[in-house]
Write a protein that binds this ligand. Structure first.
Ligand code: 13P
Length: 306
């Protein structure tokens, strides 16, 4: 059973209360072509361009990833109001980037992690410059699965964000509380600590950085934060950013992640401080993911954040 099966089988009830109890072979083209920062349109005047990012996790790491990316690209092309990013496993980044480049697609490619050293004796690691050479322009950093299972800490997250900045990658920095922390009333404290750790580095990237609020209890469980609860945390994150830099707070997109699907995306994306979604399981199925892209574009056209 894949992670996606588990997600699809899960209950999709929106949790309303604040306290939740409940392949291609990489080829030479990859290093020369797909780095296309200029191809990404600037945020629309007076608002933040919504972003829908698909974190494929440990899935779609070969030719299946190319097929998925091309299907996503078709939805993205029809809904340019939405910035679309996909995060394949490292093995598929070059091939996916190539396919997207060949189709002249603006869909961005992200690494699911990045190491802070650029090169050397660090078996198994991948650096920012390597991701760039493979065609990625983004890196997801500090995902809760890396914090939980691979010893990621606020300290390593900051080092990675700094390395990404230095290496020309834009960051999607993940923050989020566990169920225990939420039930202990520590949500804002935990989020505050995680955001404060990276705000200095985010400020250096001039508003290009993205924060993803992903409550750990909502990831892969089918339990979704209610739009109001999510908005409360997103608003708090933006306030925290504003304490460092008001412009940074206005520019930084804050995505929600955790069991986002086509049937619950609209309420979340309509919130003023929810600028998009970081989607796991539902990003592995192009039509459902495409529907989320479409919803974000529709809301943007209606002037959300405008
Ligand atoms: P799910 O959408 O499968 O809950 O995963 C969310 C996530 O972890 C995205 O990074």
């Amino acid at each position: 059973m894949s992670a996606n099966d588990e997600t699809e089988n899960a209950d999709t009830t929106v949790v309303a209360e604040p306290s939740v109890t409940e392949q291609a072979t990489p080829d030479e083209k990859a290093s020369e072509a797909p780095i296309a920062d200029d191809a990404i349109p600037a945020a629309p005047k007076g608002g933040r361009r919504p972003m829908i990012a698909g974190n494929w996790k440990l899935n779609a790491g070969g030719a299946d990833g190319c097929d998925l990316a091309l299907a996503v690209a078709r939805y993205a092309a029809d809904h340019e109001e939405t910035e679309v990013v996909v995060a394949p496993p490292f093995t598929a980044i070059a091939a996916v980037s190539n396919e997207l480049y060949n189709k002249k697609s603006d869909v961005g490619v992200a690494g699911q992690d990045v190491y802070w050293e650029d090169s050397g004796a660090f078996t198994g690691e991948v650096s920012a410059s390597m991701l760039r050479m493979a065609g990625a322009t983004w890196a997801i950093i500090g995902h809760s699965e890396r914090r939980q299972h691979f010893g990621e800490t606020d300290e390593t997250v900051v080092k990675k964000v700094a390395a990404a900045n230095a290496g020309g990658l834009k960051c999607i920095v993940c923050v989020g509380e566990t169920l225990d922390q939420r039930e202990a009333g520590q949500t804002l404290e935990v989020i505050g600590r995680q955001v404060s750790a990276v705000v200095g580095e985010l400020a250096k990237s001039g508003g290009d950085g993205v924060i993803a609020y992903e409550p750990v209890w909502a990831i892969g469980t089918g339990k979704v934060a209610s739009p109001e609860d999510a908005q409360e945390i997103h608003g708090a994150i933006r306030k925290l950013l504003a304490e460092t830099d008001v412009e940074l707070a206005e520019q930084t997109r804050i995505l929600y992640g955790g069991s986002v699907k086509a049937n619950n995306a609209e309420g979340l994306l309509a919130q003023p401080d929810i600028d998009g979604a970081l989607v796991g399981g539902a990003s592995l199925e192009a039509d459902g993911f495409g529907k989320i892209i479409e919803i974000a574009a529709k809301l943007a056209r209606q002037g959300k954040n405008g």
